[in-house]
Design a protein around this ligand. Structure first.
Ligand code: OXD
Ligand code: MN
Length: 613
């Protein structure tokens, strides 16, 4: 028998009809609308504990908190099974896995047919952004995973009001998720049902997401990467705004001036830590607005206005501890869902970097673990899921939904060499070039070889829902709606440069405030910067590093622009641009030429390091 996916409902159409069509295809035992009210949440948590899908943690040590353990083969985003099914292949571009929408619909229909048998189908109406904010967007997630429904209740604003607004004709994005593990009379359920066959499929023209086979993070919480980045980037292209993989913070200077900074770093490169930083510089304060996604839009005043469309944090647990992120550590003391961390004998959680290892643990796979065991107790991509409202530094905009005006945009990644601690772009186009050529060592957030350097433009390589070079063009074009004197200034940062012995040269964490303060002072026009071939650099004095006891090597290397490294970098950028078959926007190519020219000019007789710009 041949099955078909229900047609996309289209903006403003009847959601109940579409829900019925999805149910007819997937054949769940029951359909439940889930509004995440306190009663519904308590009941679903209790049921998940009874079914063995969640472990309740000790109520005194970690009140209101739970542990989930995933299948060992379902622990990260699966980029190789993430598809952009645009009508034309060139709209997906060379950095995405393209699939023809008609054949993908047929392939998915065969997978989704009967996929929810024996299970409950939850229908979760959610808003990205506070529901009445002009930048908010609505969606529906259908899922057969209680864990996904509960997590959506934390990560987005789930409510009956959203359903009413949808029923009244508001636009909404349809998303469907199945773990792909139907139950029959002779199949027993597992604690983490999933399927080795996985599909994370996006249909940009019809704004749909269909996800099959995985229950983990961005594969399953479809409001996050699938909607708020991949589909939203397409909406932004068509409507004149940007959906970005960025954190958002407000720094207030000792004089009381607020600065809003958005920063794009690849997954697991410290966005959560930076968004909750505790400045070591006296007088500066930080408020947290978001740690993963920013939607931004030029306002009529020529400034760029930004919101965090999410309502919670899905943060990487390992490495989060009182020394690295005391704010997050206290934020997850209660009411948190942990996934793939270790369990203590007292029924609390533990992971590498939280505290000295306890004498005995149960590891993320449920096996006994002691210090000295040759595998980590917590999976490197283990996570906490917690409401943003629990963050002690959360900004008022989390409640009001107001947008904030951006003063600076940062691009960064993990680079052991080449990229100095901080520098500023000469202008918007140069900043777009910096974003487009970002590179970082790969982390455990996605499948793949950890540590390999890959280009990750705008930290959006896995998340841009359309052709990467069209996306760069869109970034260039959007500046036409900005006032050059009020547009956010663009910077590049790298906390991860290493010395000869492999140690990090920069202390990072709270001391990153020294770099952010320099950025704010640049925006305010209080400090000069030195033009170099790669951009405008601070001096160590400008970064107020006294008292940090930096080694001689760190003082020498943190801000160094090394000729041989940059020769290799420009050659590698050129080679990478060649892979785009002549589609790199001329204004981006021009930036590469200018960079090469500035690097060459430094060696011309009588040249100064002064840059051409
Ligand atoms: C995330 C990611 O979960 O980027 O935020 O992988
Ligand atoms: Mn992310």
């Amino acid at each position: 028998m041949r099955f078909t996916l229900p047609p996309a409902p289209g903006f403003g159409s009847d959601c109940a009809l579409w829900v019925a069509e999805v149910a007819a295809l997937t054949q769940p035992d029951r359909v439940v609308w889930y509004y995440d009210t306190p009663d519904e949440r308590a009941a679903l948590l209790a049921q998940s504990v009874t079914e063995g899908k969640l472990t309740k943690l000790d109520s005194d040590l970690r009140p209101g908190s739970y542990l989930a353990r995933s299948d060992a083969a379902d622990v990260a985003r699966v980029e190789s099974r993430t598809f952009i099914c645009s009508e034309s292949e060139s709209d997906a571009g060379p950095t995405n896995n393209w699939r023809d929408p008609i054949s993908m619909r047929a392939e998915l229909a065969a997978r989704f047919a009967g996929a929810m048998r024996g299970r409950t189908m939850f229908v979760v109406p959610f808003s990205m952004g506070v529901a009445h904010s002009p930048l908010a967007r609505f969606g529906l997630q259908i899922t057969d995973s209680a864990y996904a429904a509960l997590s959506m209740g934390v990560m987005t604003r789930v409510s009956r009001e959203v359903r009413t607004r949808i029923d009244d004709g508001a636009n909404w994005v349809p998303t469907v998720h199945s773990v792909g593990a139907p139950l029959t009379a002779d199949t027993a359920d597992t604690n983490w049902p999933s399927n080795t066959d996985k599909y994370i499929a996006h249909f940009p023209e019809t704004r749909e997401v269909w996800s099959y086979g995985s229950g983990y993070g961005g594969n399953a919480l479809l409001a996050k990467k699938c909607f708020a980045l991949r589909i939203a980037s397409v909406l932004g292209r068509d409507e004149g705004w940007l959906a970005e993989h960025m954190l958002l913070v407000r720094l207030t200077s000792p004089e009381g001036r607020p600065f809003h900074i958005a920063a794009a770093f690849p997954s697991a490169c410290g966005k959560t830590n930076l968004s909750m930083l505790q400045p070591t510089l006296p007088g500066w304060t930080v408020e947290t607005l978001g740690d993963d996604i920013v939607w931004m839009k030029p306002g009529g005043d020529g400034r760029m206005w930004a919101i965090n469309p999410e309502a919670g944090f899905f943060g990487v647990a390992p490495g989060t501890g009182p020394g690295t992120n005391p704010v997050a550590t206290s934020m997850i003391e209660r009411d948190t869902i942990f996934t793939n961390v270790a369990l203590t004998p007292e029924s609390d959680v533990w992971w590498e970097g939280l505290s000295p290892a306890p004498a005995a643990l149960t590891d993320w796979q449920g096996q006994p673990w002691q210090p000295g065991t040759d595998r980590p107790a917590a999976h490197p991509n283990s996570r906490f899921t917690v409401s943003a409202g629990a963050c002690p530094l959360i900004a008022e905009e989390y409640f009001s939904g107001r947008a904030v005006p951006l003063d600076a945009i940062l691009f960064g990644g993990r680079r052991a060499s080449t990229t100095p601690l901080a520098f500023e772009a000469y202008n918007w186009d140069h900043g777009v070039f910096m974003g487009a050529t970002m590179a970082s060592e790969q982390t455990a957030a996605a499948e793949g070889t950890v540590g390999r350097v890959r280009r990750d433009p705008f930290a959006m390589l896995p998340f841009c829902g359309y052709n990467m070079t069209d996306y760069w063009e869109h970034w260039l074009k959007i500046s036409e709606q900005l006032d050059p004197d009020r547009a956010p200034r663009i910077f590049q940062v790298n906390w991860f440069r290493r010395g000869e012995n492999g140690d990090f040269l920069w202390p990072g964490f709270g001391d990153n405030a020294r770099v952010l303060a320099w950025i704010c002072r640049r925006v305010a026009g209080y400090v000069p910067a030195s033009p170099t071939p790669i951009g405008m650099l601070p001096t160590l004095d400008d970064l107020h590093v006294h008292g940090l006891n930096l080694t001689d090597e760190a003082q020498d290397q943190l801000l160094a622009v090394n000729d041989a490294e940059w020769a290799a970098e420009t050659a590698s950028i050129r080679e990478w641009f060649d892979g785009f078959d002549g589609h790199v926007p001329p204004r981006v190519l021009e930036q590469l030429e200018q960079l090469e020219h500035r690097l060459a000019a430094v060696h011309e007789p009588g040249a100064t390091a002064r840059a051409r710009h």
